[in-house]
Ligand binder design. Sequence first.
Ligand code: 5GP
Length: 277
Amino acid sequence: MGNLKPRLTCFSAAGPAEYDRQNDRGSLRTIVAGILFIISAPSGSGKSTLVSELRKQVSGVDFSISWTTRAPRGSEEHGHEYYFTNREEFERMIADGLFLEHAEVFGHYYGTARHSLDDARKQGHDLLLDIDVQGAAQVRRGMPEAVSIFVLPPNPKVLRTRLRNRSRAEGQVNESELYRRLSEASKEIENYRDYSYILVNDILDRAVAQLEAIVLAERYYRNSEPIAIRSRRVLEVAAACRQANSQERLKPVLDAFGIGSPPGQQQFNFDEDPDED
Ligand code: 5GP
């Protein structure tokens, strides 16, 4: 299963700094290890819940708080879920080179501040970025050693129900926005091939355990970090989530979203029975 040779990988905005711990002559000893994890998912895939569960269960992972120009939703607070700002300020930050990556999603800017990476590195922590597929592609280009994870909803119906429930909870059921997000989801899912690991978020506990296993397995492979008695099982769970090992598991999900089908032959139509949920 993979390369079991213990290695230490340090993330760096300038590119990967990687060396064999066994060959270390001390020159890099002061650099603290940190793994950069990227998690992406279509809106409504349950990614936020997964990430907050991971936060409770695994220590040593920092979570980057993004900047956005969208308005706060529900109980969201500045500096908690996001740093909220306006377009003018965001564009000034782009011009000043303050972002590691940024993208426009659903008509609003979102971006990861470079200092998130530096802060995590100073602490010797891993860092998790919850970013969209465009941002993930930008980060991967600069830092190919990043570990990327794509979360899929189990099928379009579940996705539609989750999106509608979320809109209701926020007191605003906007059918055209719902439809836009559903259509966008199918397009985003096509990018799953660019990610190292794929999670299907049908049973929350299982998906959380898989996410945790991916983090622990990557620490083990890169930092030779011990993962105790559960290690074998953890490595197996993580390996099963590797994209290369997931084709059979993913087929029904991708089929349901019409990914890979010729245009017009998609199995699910988002317009069907709109009042059913
Ligand atoms: P929401 O507005 O629902 O919180 O997020 C919408 C989308 O923006 C999600 O796919 C989320 O992952 C993405 N997103 C959040 N922060 C960032 C960021 O810093 N950069 C990029 N590229 N996407 C982000």
